[in-house]
Design a protein around this ligand. Structure first.
Ligand code: AKG
Length: 275
């Protein structure tokens, strides 16, 4: 049973044990085998098996559902469809992306960000289904979220610390904002709103932290960034959306009556950036 009220109030919810041990072991082994066998369309960095950087030995895979039937079947899986439709108030989701994070021992994390910065969905926002394929904890760089930030507009980005993050931009957080670690077991699925601030720390353990991620947009969406085309209905058919265009405003923190508030004063959300 998924706690929809928690999702609405905090911007995220974990569906514990949505997938079984056999299924997650199968998916983990399947993607490890593929990764160790070579490179694929959607890889944004190449594979270098001899590199000192763990993320060059095991880079993220992206959009595997475009060429791998197992990834496509997972993205459109009825359990995900039912959960997403419920969280979206009965509106069907359209599927736009798959990703596999291997996050081997020693790998950098991903600085905090909002997925909507990349997907540029209009109207509304996107939603993610992030499934653990390994136990995820503080040591191996579990996902961290900022509850309540799902109601923020897209924030203007600043430079990230690339010694800790493999991406180079992040969002500034107001003083006192506390990220919450999301501890998960294989088969648990974290659903989170596309405007929720989230990210992860480096993997300081000797264990992998693998996760399989699907990104979706609300079926009422009319626009989305071009990188995510084509969008798919949950029966696998293609949906026509318009590509979002233009730089667009972004939010900056200002102080009002001694409190931090966001004003849409900034410009410079780059619509061509991919996550
Ligand atoms: O898995 C991570 O460390 C980051 C994942 C993430 O930010 C995402 O799926 O949008």
């Amino acid at each position: 049973m998924i706690d929809k009220r928690r999702f609405d109030e905090q911007g995220y919810v974990v569906a514990r044990g949505l997938f079984g041990a056999e299924e997650t072991t199968f998916l983990r082994d399947h993607f490890m085998r593929l990764r160790e066998a070579g490179e694929y369309p959607g890889d944004v960095v190449g594979v270098d098996p001899g590199s000192d950087d763990p993320l060059k030995r095991y880079p993220r895979m992206i959009h595997m559902h475009r060429w791998d039937r197992i990834a496509l079947d997972w993205l459109l899986e009825p359990r995900l469809e039912r959960s997403l439709t419920m969280l979206l108030d009965g509106v069907e989701p359209f599927a736009v992306q798959t990703m596999l994070y291997f996050k081997p021992p020693g790998a950098r994390g991903q600085a905090v960000h909002q997925d909507q910065y990349y997907l540029r969905v209009k109207p509304g926002t996107c939603i993610a289904a992030w499934m653990a394929l390994d136990p995820c904890d503080g040591d191996n760089g579990c996902l961290q979220v900022l509850p309540g930030s799902q109601d923020w507009p897209v924030l203007c980005t600043i430079d990230a610390d690339t010694s800790r993050s493999f991406t180079d931009v992040t969002v500034p957080l107001p003083y006192g904002a506390e990220l919450v670690p999301v501890l998960m077991e294989p088969g648990d699925v974290l659903f989170f709103n596309g405007s929720l601030v989230h990210g992860s720390e480096p993997n300081r353990s000797d264990r992998f932290r693998r996760s399989l991620v699907g990104h979706y947009v609300r079926g009422e969406a009319r626009e989305c960034a071009l990188w995510y085309y084509p969008a798919l209905r949950m029966d696998g058919s293609t949906v026509e959306l318009e590509p979002s265009v233009g730089g667009g405003a972004c939010g900056e923190w200002v102080e009002r009556d001694g409190r931090p508030v966001i004003e849409l004063t900034g410009v410079g959300v780059d619509p061509h950036r991919t996550e």
